[in-house]
Design a protein around this ligand. Structure first.
Ligand code: ATP
Ligand code: BUA
Length: 376
């Protein structure tokens, strides 16, 4: 019988399911399955899509002649779980429960761990998730928002940010743990992470209204004006949320989230499109400046990654404002499938122990910075 040697990785996105099959860290098969708005609209919740996405994954593997019996592990992109530190986690009952109910909200990546677990269970092989969007390694001081009722949260492109940071460390012949990096993921959402000692000690919450505006998201907006909008009587709660996430940023100003199209508009002389595109670069540069202050100006490199990093003019507009801080390294696109496979491999090859969810969460550690009676 042939030895089980392949790793299946699953990355469910809002409009697609990306899958990959890896032999060690080489991809032998990758496919992006797109889901139309019409198809997605037939489901009430993210979780209702589970059966349909599972069938699509199994059919795709079968068409590609990849026998399930050749799989040694399955790794999915994890979702809005409890705040946890980075790493590879075994999918367990507690995680499944949190993913199913959407512990911290609904996100397509909530399906990743469940799909990995259910397919793996039938094959009696292990299932994992790696660096979910809720990876939380914030320093206590970064949690302070300025309003005691609201705490800053870590929700960001942890999987790609950490994978790119490790890759750059390797290229520089250094260890990730030794470097002080600013990693800027520029996709549909934009997150600027401060990496120190192998941990992301500060980052904007890319999902819930924090940081630079992005192709689809508003980022930080003036709080007073937002409150006035909420109580204007003109909008329902869901409409306001949609304006901030989905219909904000480039979509709000220019009616598209497609930066390639916007670059064409600019090429054709659309000065308003240029102004808004420049404003996005300006806000990203400003956030990088703030991140450099977190590192006391002692920054080894600034890494620009994600789909927008393919835009050379855009990269140029950001770089000219921040290249005085540190070397700018451009790593366009995202390599999330490979990052999932690498995360599983580090465990399967014994380089790392898989973590047990939830482990020591930020919630378990408690708020050791909170004011207590005895402090008075
Ligand atoms: N060649 C290119 N030049 C300029 N912009 C590009 C290019 N290719 C993609 N983009 C832009 O990158 C953005 C999407 O990036 P990406 O694919 O990383 O995001 P995503 O995976 O949809 O979302 P997220 O990264 O937030 O999870 C879009 O605005 C897209 O138009
Ligand atoms: C910021 C978390 C990932 C996303 O863009 O949805």
């Amino acid at each position: 019988m042939q030895e089980k040697q392949l790793i299946l990785v699953i990355n469910p996105g809002s409009t697609s399911t990306k899958i990959g099959v890896f032999q060690e860290d080489d991809a032998i098969f990758e496919e992006t399955i797109r889901h139309s708005i019409q198809e997605l609209n037939t489901f009430h919740s993210v979780f209702d899509q589970y059966e349909s996405r599972k069938k699509i994954i199994l059919d795709t593997l079968s068409k590609a002649n990849i026998p399930l019996s050749s799989l040694r592990a399955i790794c999915g992109r994890g979702g809005l779980l409890r705040p946890i530190e980075g790493g590879t986690y075994v999918v367990n009952e507690q995680m499944l429960e949190d993913l199913r109910k959407g512990y911290a909200g609904q996100h397509a990546s909530n399906l990743g761990g469940v799909l990995a677990f259910e397919i793996a269970r039938e094959l009696d092989i292990p299932s994992f998730i790696v660096d979910p969007v809720v990876v939380d390694e914030l320093e206590p001081i970064a949690r302070i928002s300025g309003l005691p009722l609201i705490e800053r949260k870590s929700i960001f492109h942890a999987l790609n940010q950490k994978a790119v940071a490790r890759r750059v460390a390797k290229q520089l012949g250094r260890s990730y743990q030794d470097l002080r990096l600013i990693v800027v993921h520029m996709g549909g959402g934009i997150t600027v992470g401060v990496h120190r000692g192998g941990r992301v000690i500060d980052v904007n919450n890319g999902l819930n209204g924090d940081g630079p505006f992005s192709p689809e998201r508003a980022g930080t907006v003036p709080a007073g004006d937002l409150v006035a909008l909420c109580f204007s009587g003109k909008y329902y709660r869901e409409e306001i949320i949609k304006k901030l996430v989905g219909q904000g940023g480039l979509v709000g100003y220019l009616g598209t989230n497609d930066a390639v199209k916007i670059e064409k508009m600019i090429e054709n002389g659309d000065m308003y499109a240029k102004f808004i595109y420049d404003a996005m670069a300006y806000q990203i540069a400003k956030e990088i400046g703030a991140a450099s202050a977190v590192l006391d100006g002692n920054v080894d490199a600034i890494i620009l990654t994600g789909g927008l990093a393919y835009g050379s003019q855009f990269v140029q507009a950001i770089s000219q404002k921040i290249s005085w801080i540190a070397d700018v390294i451009v790593q366009p696109g995202e390599n999330e499938l490979k990052a999932l496979a690498e995360g599983a491999l580090r465990v399967l090859n014994g380089e790392e122990h898989a973590k047990d969810y939830p482990g020591k969460t930020v919630e378990h550690e408690g708020r050791n910075w909170e004011r207590r009676e005895s402090d008075d």
